[in-house]
Ligand binder design. Structure first.
Ligand SMILES: Cc1ncc(COP(=O)(O)O)c(C=O)c1O
Length: 404
């Protein structure tokens, strides 16, 4: 007697069937993974051609600051290129502790914990704090890293409930739907990464108090951009004491790589001894941490950089609005131009690239169909000629493609 066993389907079939990227490449408008061969900050070089960089999160221009670069080089000389282990074991050097102390002080919180990326920070905090039977209350437009962290928590038995983007009435509806005695954490971006919009924090804090929820804010795009001396969203609204945890990244304003969370000492200590993404991943490199220490000093000492960033962004925002572009609501360093059509977005991106302006194309699956957009972001170190170039090329191409 023969038993016929059906051969399993190939797991990789989806990869072999995936053609979207090749189709876009064939049309010559592929906007991703283009290698930069030199980076001066506001101007970058692709294939030997200089472009104005209007898509970086290097908000204060610190990646090319000589003091920041020198600090990284000196740290490599002293500690080597890697910690070769997690913070938990052999991967903690003096610089980590010094930066944790300084960041806690900067954000006026008791304690701080560093992670190796901002992405891992969310992965570390959320599933560690929100456990089986507890509730995570999340904005629908939160950053992908928070979405992934939420799914991780959900996989371990936490309940995930989402509310409509920045809609505090919907947040209240969701909070009311949670069983009265269930512990709950609200998680939101301080500045939403696609639009640049700021969270409605005062109302959110009121609701959190009324319904007994803790709050985490991801301030990746807020620090160095808004708040007193660049201290971010909670500071912007004078609500630092009302936000339990503030987390962020070093890959934007701080001009480096890594992540952090600040808050009450006992809570940070709990995360420190339980977060998988901290315990089982190598610590931020000495070079990355040393860069942040100097960047933090610059943020404290040179508030004029933040003023320049605001002026530069407002200049472009006003220029594009005057020309008739539809912009997403933002008063931060992100100016997102709605195109609402995938092919037009890609074509617009390519024409800007050819004309010497680099921006980010947001298409599916990054945004919902109909919300395709070109996201621009600015730096304190952009000169007026760079900003004028961005506005001029947007207007020329916008008219050519019938966007304005
Ligand atoms: C809101 C938000 N959170 C987290 C991250 C992830 O930070 P990192 O680049 O340090 O992993 C980003 C980066 O894009 C972000 O925009």
């Amino acid at each position: 007697m023969y038993i016929t066993v059906e051969k399993p389907k190939d797991l990789f079939k989806k990869c072999f069937d995936f053609t979207l990227a090749d189709e876009v490449k064939a049309q010559g408008v592929y906007p991703f993974f283009h290698p930069i061969d030199e980076n001066e900050g506001p101007v970058v070089s692709f294939g030997g051609r200089k472009l104005v960089m209007a898509g970086s999160n290097n908000y204060l221009g610190l990646t090319s600051n000589p003091r920041v670069k020198e600090a990284s080089i000196n740290a490599i000389k002293k500690y080597g290129t890697s910690c070769s282990g997690s913070r938990y074991m052999t991967g903690t050097v003096n610089l980590h502790l010094e930066l944790e102390r300084q960041l806690a002080d900067f954000f006026e919180k008791e304690s701080c914990l560093l992670f190796s990326t901002g992405y891992q920070t969310g992965q570390g905090i959320i599933p560690t704090l929100v456990q089986r039977g507890e509730y995570l209350v999340s904005d629908r437009d939160n950053h992908a890293s928070l979405v992934a962290a939420a799914i991780m928590a959900q996989g371990a038995g936490a309940k995930l409930v989402r509310f409509n983007h920045n809609n505090m009435d919907d947040l209240e509806r969701v909070l009311q739907s949670i069983p009265d005695n269930a512990p709950r954490l609200i998680v939101v971006d301080g500045v939403f990464s696609v639009s640049g919009e700021i969270v409605e924090l005062p109302r959110l804090v009121e609701l959190a108090k009324q319904y007994g929820a803790r709050i985490v804010i991801d301030d990746a795009h807020a620090v160095g951009v808004i708040g007193k001396g660049g201290r971010g969203t909670a500071s912007e609204f004078n609500l630092v004491d009302d936000v339990d945890l503030i987390m962020g990244t070093f890959s934007k304003t701080f001009g480096s790589l890594g992540g952090y969370v600040v808050g009450e000492e006992k809570v940070i200590d709990y995360i420190k001894h339980n977060a998988s993404s901290l315990i089982f991943s190598a610590s931020p490199t000495p070079a990355s941490v040393a860069a942040v220490l100097v960047s933090l000093q610059i943020i404290r000492d040179q508030p004029e950089l933040m003023t320049r960033l605001v002026e530069n962004t407002d200049y472009v925002r006003q220029g594009l609005l005057k020309a008739g572009f539809r912009l997403m609501p933002s008063r931060t360093a992100i100016v997102t131009v709605l195109i609402s059509d995938q092919m037009k977005t890609l074509l617009f991106w390519k024409k800007l690239f050819d004309a010497g302006v680099y921006v980010n194309a947001f298409i599916r699956p990054g945004v919902m169909p109909g919300h395709e957009a070109l996201r621009t972001s600015f730096m304190a170190t952009h000169e007026k000629e760079h900003l004028d170039k961005v506005i001029t090329e947007f207007c020329t191409i916008g008219k050519e493609l019938g966007v304005i």
